[in-house]
Design a protein around this ligand. Sequence first.
Ligand SMILES: Nc1ncnc2c1ncn2[C@@H]1O[C@H](COP(=O)(O)OP(=O)(O)OP(=O)(O)O)[C@@H](O)[C@H]1O
Ligand SMILES: [Mg+2]
Length: 338
Amino acid sequence: MPDLLTDENIMTALGKVKDPEIGRDLVSLGMVKNIEITGPHVALSVELTTPACPLKAKIEDDIVSGLQELGAETVKVDWLSNVKRSFGGPAADLIPGVKNTIAVASGKGGVGKTTVAVNLAVSLARDGARVGLLDADITGPNVPLMMGTMGAHVTGAGGRVIWRGPLIHSAIQQFLRDVDWGELDYLVVDLPPGTGDAALSLSQLIPLTGAVIVTTPQEVSLADARKAIAMFTKVNVRTLGVVENMSGFICPNCGEEHDIFGSGGGAKIARELELDVLGRIPLEPGVRSGGDAGVPITSTQHPDADHSRAGAAMREVARTIAGRISVVAEPYAMAAAG
Ligand SMILES: Nc1ncnc2c1ncn2[C@@H]1O[C@H](COP(=O)(O)OP(=O)(O)OP(=O)(O)O)[C@@H](O)[C@H]1O
Ligand SMILES: [Mg+2]
């Protein structure tokens, strides 16, 4: 049997394993980087389009079973990643090292936009991505509090400024250009709430891969979420999907889930507008205390890190978003490769 274990046969077998998200096989996508055969043992490296791949386990299972059919006794997969860029155009030159940008938006304030933005950034970073976080809610920034960086100062910042339309415009452009973002796989942008001038002009100014809309399950919040989605459509920014936050309450005493604001509203507008629900995050006291203390629920430093359902849901949402972005990036990568 092990004489079937040749490079060629292995490549043929891997040519039948699909990246479930992109829908093409690992070989034609150039994801197989290295194969070592030692008797009946095979070690290979697979390069993913994101270290936060939601389907890693599925891909690994498919590889292992494909190679077992060739007689491999053990199969060791080493994961590499190469995050691709998903936008172009002149504004992209403002942030040359940034591969993807995700706007976190909502139609209504207070639905957990900053909480989602912060935990999205932390989750992607925990999975091994290089991540930046931009608080574009310059009229009421709260990222510094939730990240525990209150009091940290950026040199060169001016004093108090009254933010009017044109000022916001040039401040953001300057900010994108002058900040040394370095090489980033993902830049998460916390947008101001609503669909007013600030949110509108920011979503035109910042080159965006797409927007994630945060809503709570209540009707009022849903109505506003619809408006936010319409705003992105108007400025040609794709909506990556909807996150339903505060979806059910996890009682800290009994651990049971109670519906407070209801649930499933996110699914309703997603269906209506042909969007995806990226996830549902329960209302959990540790999320708020983590936000207040500057220790996000998804951080390993949060006391509930290992057993928070909201934290687990946030990490799942982050991987789902990373997967969506890989799909968006694919045609850009193909174009760049000629
Ligand atoms: N899933 C959750 N469980 C518990 N508390 C939450 C959850 N999501 C958000 N919160 C809390 O709700 C409050 C509002 O959340 P957050 O500040 O993220 O909303 P926002 O949409 O950014 O608000 P704003 O419009 O003011 O910027 C915060 O105190 C936050 O800690
Ligand atoms: Mg906020």
